[in-house]
Design a binder for this molecule. Structure first.
Ligand code: 3PG
Length: 213
């Protein structure tokens, strides 16, 4: 199995999402986040230039850990590795997708939303998973319920995580990192409000460093 994602995460226990239309925009967002204390980012495969964005951030900001999110297929997993992604995140888990992600050798956090999906990933030997969509699948109470039965599994909640509930999520012993898009609202990206993104990242970093360290 690849190394655990928790063993490679840099900086605070946060995985902010970067959704960028161009590599240039991606680097600007990543730089703004890094200026706020972020050490690891997830570039989502939801724009045409997402792979180029991963490569651009790796080159421009070598101290950041850069992963790929919204990995949906075996081809996505391979393409992300070739683009320089240092870890893989998916919103869902199927046997085919899990196998392909594991075969890249990259740390991974495949998405789950039910006990059966946790059990599927568990059968593959995986012990770090993404809970998605975290809020809609039960949020804090869901994570507490999962901790009782899957005692060795840790989660990255994403989907509905925000500045207001971040501390509650990170305080859970079975949460190793929290992710989401709240640090780079698309309105701020469009308006190139990099200082505001840095401020949101700094707020989240402060919460993460007091809750988990
Ligand atoms: C993801 O890809 O993890 C989600 O889109 C994050 O959800 P959010 O936008 O509610 O943070």
């Amino acid at each position: 199995l690849p190394p655990l994602l928790s063993s490679v995460i840099k900086g605070p226990s946060l995985l902010p999402i970067i959704q960028a239309d161009t590599p240039h925009e991606a680097v600007a967002i990543a730089k703004a986040m890094q200026d706020g204390g972020i050490g690891s980012v997830e570039v989502v495969l939801r724009t045409r230039q997402a792979l180029a964005a991963i490569t651009a951030i790796r080159t421009a900001l070598p101290d950041l850990l850069v992963g790929a999110g919204t990995v949906l297929s075996a081809n996505d997993a391979k393409a992300c590795k070739n683009a320089g992604a240092q870890f893989l995140v998916s919103p869902a888990s199927t046997p085919t997708l899990l196998e392909a992600m594991i075969n890249t050798g990259l740390p991974l956090a495949p998405g789950v939303a039910t006990p059966s999906e946790v059990a599927l990933a568990y059968e593959f030997g995986l012990r770090e998973l993404k809970l998605f969509p975290a809020h809609l699948s039960g949020g804090i109470e869901m994570l507490k319920a999962l901790s009782g039965v899957f005692q060795q599994v840790k989660f990255c909640p994403t989907g509905g995580v925000s500045q207001t509930n971040l501390a509650q999520f990170l305080a859970l012993p079975n949460v190793f990192v929290a992710g989401g898009s709240w640090m780079s609202p698309s309105v701020m990206v469009k308006a190139q409000q990099w200082h505001q993104i840095t401020a949101l990242a700094a707020d989240a970093t402060a919460i993460a460093n007091t809750t988990k360290s």
